[in-house]
Design a protein around this ligand. Structure first.
Ligand code: ATR
Length: 286
C-alpha cells in the first residue's frame, strides 16, 4: 500500500528546555508561507531526560518530523546521539540542526555560518583583516572562532574572565587561536579589524563594563552576538567611540537558512521584512 503520509504536511521543529522563548518558529513559518510550502515548524519542549527518546522517535518510518533545530540545553546531546554528525559539528561537539535520512539522524551546526553570513550581509569587507578579538569562551564563542578560522582570519585572540576556558578553545582550534585573561584585552586588541562579544555582558538590559576600543584598527567592526536589546551596551560604546557596528539579530536569522534548505529544498533569504517581523516580536507586538 502506498504511504499516504508522504503527501502530508512536512513537519519540522525546534526543541529546547524551555523552548517558548525561541523565535525560530516565526522565522521558518515566515519562509514556509513565502514559498507556499505545505509545511509546519513548531516548538516542541523536551526535558534533557526526554530528549534522547524524542530523537529516537524521529527515526522510524512514520516520520512525524523531517528534521528540526536543537537549542539549549540539547546541543551537545544532539551531537552525541546523532548517527551522522558532519565535520563542523564534530569539531564543535555540538549540533543545532538535524535531519533524518534513511532512518539515520544527520546533524550539523549552523551557528558559525549564521555569524559570518550576518557580517557578510551587514558589513561587506569585514574580513579584510588578519586579526580578530573574541570576548568570551562559552558555547557560542566556539562556533564564532571556528567560523573565523575557516574564513582565514590568521590571528584570533580569545579573551575570557576564566582564562582556562579560553585556553581550551586555543587547544581545540589550533595555532591561529590565542588565549588571554581579561587584563590583556587592550593589548591584544591592538590593530584588530574585528571585535566580537560572545559573553552575556549587556544582555537583557544588564550593564556592561566600559571597553576602550581605541587600540582596534580605525576601520574595525564591532559585533555582538547578543541581540536583546538590539543595540547592546557594547555596540553603543563602540558607536560612541566611532566604530562601525553590526548587531547580532542577523546571526539568528542566517543560522536558520541551511536547515530550511535541507528540510524543504528551497533557498530562503534574510530580508528586511523578516528582520522587522522579529524586531516587532521582540518589542512585543508581532
Ligand atoms: P554561551 O554558551 O551562551 O556562550 P556560557 O558557556 O555560559 O554561555 O558562556 C558565557 C560567557 O560569558 C563566558 O565566556 C563567561 O565567562 P567565564 O567563562 O569566565 O564564565 C562570560 N561571562 C558571563 N558573565 C560575565 C561577566 N560578568 N564578566 C565577564 N565575562 C562574563
Amino acid at each position: 500500500m502506498a504511504d499516504s503520509r508522504e503527501t502530508l504536511t512536512k513537519k519540522t521543529f525546534v526543541t529546547g528546555f524551555p523552548v517558548k522563548h525561541s523565535r525560530s518558529p516565526l522565522i521558518h513559518n515566515f519562509w514556509i508561507k513565502q514559498f507556499q510550502i505545505d509545511g509546519l515548524y513548531e516548538a516542541v519542549e523536551r526535558s534533557p531526560q526526554n530528549f534522547p527518546s524524542f530523537l529516537e522517535s524521529l527515526k522510524p518510518s512514520d516520520r512525524t518530523y523531517v528534521g528540526g533545530n536543537v537549542t539549549i540545553p540539547h546541543k551537545e546531546s544532539a551531537y552525541r546521539l546523532a548517527d551522522r554528525p558532519d565535520e563542523v559539528a564534530d569539531e564543535l561537539g555540538a549540533a543545532n540542526t538535524i535531519w533524518v535520512e534513511d532512518g539515520l539522524i544527520h546533524a550539523t551546526n549552523t551557528d558559525g555560518f549564521g555569524f559570518v553570513s550576518n557580517l557578510d550581509d551587514r558589513h561587506r569587507g569585514w574580513d579584510n583583516t588578519n586579526k580578530a578579538v573574541v570576548l568570551g569562551a562559552g558555547g557560542a564563542s566556539r562556533a564564532v572562532i571556528q567560523a573565523l578560522r575557516n574564513r582565514g582570519i590568521a590571528e584570533i585572540h580569545v579573551v575570557n574572565r576564566t582564562v582556562e576556558r579560553a585556553q581550551e578553545l586555543a587547544d581545540r582550534f589550533g595555532q591561529t587561536v590565542h588565549a588571554h585573561a581579561m587584563d590583556a584585552l587592550i593589548e591584544v586588541s591592538n590593530g584588530c579589524g574585528l571585535f566580537v562579544n560572545t559573553t552575556s555582558l549587556g544582555m537583557d538590559g544588564t550593564e556592561a563594563p566600559f571597553i576602550d576600543f581605541s587600540p582596534l584598527d580605525a576601520n574595525a567592526v564591532v559585533t555582538d552576538i547578543v541581540y536583546v536589546p538590539l543595540k547592546t551596551p557594547i555596540l553603543k560604546m563602540a558607536e560612541q567611540q566611532g566604530f562601525a557596528t553590526v548587531d547580532g539579530l542577523g546571526m539568528l536569522l542566517h543560522q536558520a537558512r541551511p536547515g530550511f534548505e535541507t528540510w524543504f529544498g528551497r533557498k530562503p533569504e534574510v530580508t528586511e521584512d523578516l528582520r522587522s517581523l522579529i524586531i516587532a516580536d521582540m518589542e512585543g507586538h508581532a
